[in-house]
Design a protein around this ligand. Structure first.
Ligand code: B12
Ligand code: SF4
Length: 443
C-alpha cells in the first residue's frame, strides 16, 4: 500500500530571516515509523517551488491509497485545496490531516468547548480523518486498518466523520522516551532547495525533545505535547549526529527542540560525548534556550562551546515586563539582557526572536521595549534578530483570550505567517506596521 506524506507551502518569507525552507522533521518521523511497521512505499512530498497543479500531478503519479497532510495553521487552507484536487480526481484516496494546526483545533474544541474542529471538518468534506498530537503510532494504525479493510472506529487517536456525525476515538498515550522511535527518515527531502539567512543549504535539523515544562500562553508546544517532556538520550543523539556526518557529510546542525537545554545532565553528557569522539572538531550546532537558564548560569557555556556550539537562539519576545508577565514567560527584561551578554562574552553567537502587536501594548510601551533591545543589539551582542507579529494559534490560552476579548480583527488570521498584524491594539495598524518596518531596518 502506497502512502504519500505532503508538506504544503514549505517556503516562507520570514521577516528578518528572508526566504526560509527547512526540513520538515514531523513527516520524516512518520515515514521512519511506517517503514519500521512494514509499509515499504512511503514518500514525502515537500512543496518548495512547485505549483499546486504540479504537486497534485506528482502525488497522483505516485498513486497512493492514503495521503497524509502535515499542517501548520498558515498552510491549512492550501492543504485543503490540494486534498480537494486529489479527491476530485481519485475519490477512493483516503485523506488524513495531522500536525500542529490539527492538534490546536482538536484541543480548542475538546478542552474549551468551541466548534472549531467540527466546523473545519464540515467545511472540508475532502478530509476523511484527523490525527491530533504525535502521529507515529496512530497513523500506522490507521494505515493498517485501511489496508486490512477494518472499521475505522477501531483506530485509537483519530477523528473522522461518517454520515455527518463526528467520531472521536479513544486517545492513546504519548511516547514516553523518544529512543523507542526510529530516527527520522530524511531520504526524500529536497536539501538542494533548502536555505535561510546566513546558513548553508545542508544545515541539518534535529528534533530530540517533545514538550516543555513551561506554559507560555501563546505557545503550542505544551498544547501538542501535554504531560511529561519526552526526550532522546544523549547517546542516541550522538549516534544520529555521527550517522548524519559520516553518511551525508553534514557539518552544521540546528536543534529545533524548543528547549534542548533544560535537561542539564543530558546537555553535559552530549557535550562530553562530542568531545570524546572528536566530533566537536568536525561539526557545529545551535539550539534554542531559555534566557533564565543562561542568566542564572544553569548552563555550562564553556563546555558547550568546546563541544562545538556556535549559537544560542532565545525567544525573548519583548523587553516589556508587563508583556512578559501577561505571556507567562517567567523571565524579566534584565534576565534577557544578561543572557545575551553572557552568551556573547562566551564567544557564542546570539539569535533572538521578538514579537510585536500585543493587544495591550501602547505605542510608548512598544517603542521603549524596542529601544531597550536595540541598545543591546547596537553593542554588537546579537548576530541575528527575527521579529514577528503575535498570532493566536488554536489550542493555546492566548487564542482563547483573543476570541473571548474580540481582539481578532483580521478574519484571515489563521493563514497568517506572523508577518502582519491580525489583532486589535492601542496602536493604529499603519503606525504599528511602520514601527515594525523601521525596526527591521535597524536589526
Ligand atoms: C523547525 C520549525 C520550523 C522550520 C521548518 C518547518 C517545517 N517545515 O517543519 C521553519 C523555520 C521553516 C519554520 C517556519 C515557520 N514556522 Co515553525 N516550527 C518549527 C519547530 C520549532 C519544529 C518543527 C519540528 O520539527 N517538530 C518536530 C516534529 C516531531 O513535530 P511535528 O512537526 O509537530 O510533527 C509531529 C505531529 O505534529 C504529527 N504530525 C505532523 N504532521 C503530520 C501529518 C500527519 C498526516 C499526521 C497523521 C501527523 C502529523 O506527527 C509528528 C510526529 O509525531 C516547531 C515547533 C514544534 N515543536 O513543532 C515550529 C512551529 C511548527 N512553527 C510555527 C510557525 C508559526 C511557523 C511560521 C509561520 C513562522 C513564524 N513566522 O513564526 C513559519 C511558517 C512556515 C511555513 N511553511 O509556512 C508554529 C506553528 C503553530 C501553528 N499552529 O501553526 C510552531 C508550532 C511553533 C510554535 N510553538 O508556535 N518552522
Ligand atoms: S515559549 Fe518556549 S518556554 Fe514557553 S512554553 Fe513554549 S517552548 Fe516552553
Amino acid at each position: 500500500m502506497k502512502i504519500a506524506l505532503v508538506v504544503p507551502n514549505g517556503k516562507k518569507d520570514m521577516s528578518g530571516m528572508g526566504n526560509v525552507a527547512r526540513p520538515p522533521l514531523g513527516v520524516c518521523f512518520l515515514k521512519a515509523y511506517l517503514l519500521k511497521e512494514g509499509f515499504q512505499d512511503v514518500k514525502i512530498f515537500h512543496q518548495i517551488d512547485e505549483t499546486n497543479d504540479e504537486l497534485v500531478k506528482k502525488i497522483l503519479k505516485f498513486s497512493p491509497m492514503l495521503v497524509g497532510f502535515s499542517v501548520m495553521s498558515c498552510v491549512f487552507s492550501n492543504a485543503a485545496s490540494l486534498a480537494k484536487a486529489l479527491k476530485n480526481t481519485r475519490p477512493e484516496i483516503k485523506i488524513v490531516f495531522g500536525g500542529e494546526h490539527i492538534t490546536g483545533i482538536y484541543v480548542d474544541e475538546t478542552k474549551y468547548g468551541s466548534r472549531l474542529m467540527t466546523k473545519t471538518l464540515r467545511e472540508n468534506q475532502c478530509i476523511d480523518f484527523l490525527i491530533p498530537f504525535e502521529g507515529e503510532v496512530v497513523l500506522t494504525g490507521l494505515a493498517k486498518n485501511i489496508r486490512d479493510g477494518h472499521s475505522m472506529r477501531r483506530v485509537h487517536g483519530t477523528v473522522f466523520q461518517n454520515s455527518n456525525v463526528i467520531y472521536i476515538t479513544k486517545k492513546i498515550e504519548r511516547v514516553k522516551c523518544l529512543d523507542v522511535l526510529p530516527t527520522a527518515d530524511r531520504s526524500d527531502l529536497p536539501y538542494e532547495k533548502y536555505h535561510s539567512v546566513d546558513e548553508a543549504s545542508n544545515l541539518e535539523y534535529m528534533h530530540t525533545t517533545r514538550g516543555c515544562k513551561f506554559r507560555c500562553s501563546y505557545c503550542t508546544t505544551p498544547v501538542s505535547n501535554p504531560g511529561n517532556v519526552a526526550k532522546n538520550s544523549a547517546r542516541r543523539i550522538l549516534e544520529e549526529i555521527k550517522f548524519l556526518h559520516d553518511q551525508y557529510k553534514r557539518k552544521s546542525f540546528f536543534f529545533c527542540d524548543e528547549l534542548f537545554t533544560t535537561d542539564t545532565q543530558r546537555m553535559e553528557d552530549f557535550c562530553k560525548g562530542l568531545i570524546q569522539t572528536g566530533l566537536n572538531n568536525k561539526i557545529t550546532w545551535r539550539v534554542f534556550a531559555r534566557v533564565d537558564d543562561v542568566s542564572n548560569e544553569k548552563l555550562n557555556l564553556k563546555l558547550m562551546k568546546e563541544a562545538g556550539l556556535n549559537g544560542l537562539f532565545f525567544g525573548a519576545e519583548s523587553m516589556n515586563l508587563k508583556t512578559l508577565r501577561k505571556l507567562g514567560k517567567g523571565v524579566k527584561p534584565n534576565q534577557i539582557k544578561s543572557a545575551i551578554e553572557k552568551t556573547y562574552r562566551s564567544g557564542i553567537d546570539v539569535w533572538c526572536s521578538l514579537m510585536i502587536g500585543y493587544p495591550w501594548e501602547t505605542e510608548g510601551e512598544l517603542k521603549k521595549s524596542l529601544i531597550k533591545y536595540l541598545t543591546i543589539k547596537n553593542r554588537g551582542f546579537i548576530k541575528h534578530t527575527y521579529v514577528a507579529f503575535i498570532t493566536p494559534f488554536p489550542g493555546t490560552r492566548f487564542y482563547r483570550q483573543c476570541v473571548d476579548n474580540n481582539w481578532i480583527i483580521d478574519k484571515t488570521f489563521l493563514q497568517s505567517d506572523c508577518s502582519y498584524p491580525v489583532l486589535s491594539t492601542p496602536i493604529k495598524k499603519e503606525v504599528l506596521i511602520k514601527i515594525y518596518k523601521d525596526f527591521l531596518e535597524q536589526v
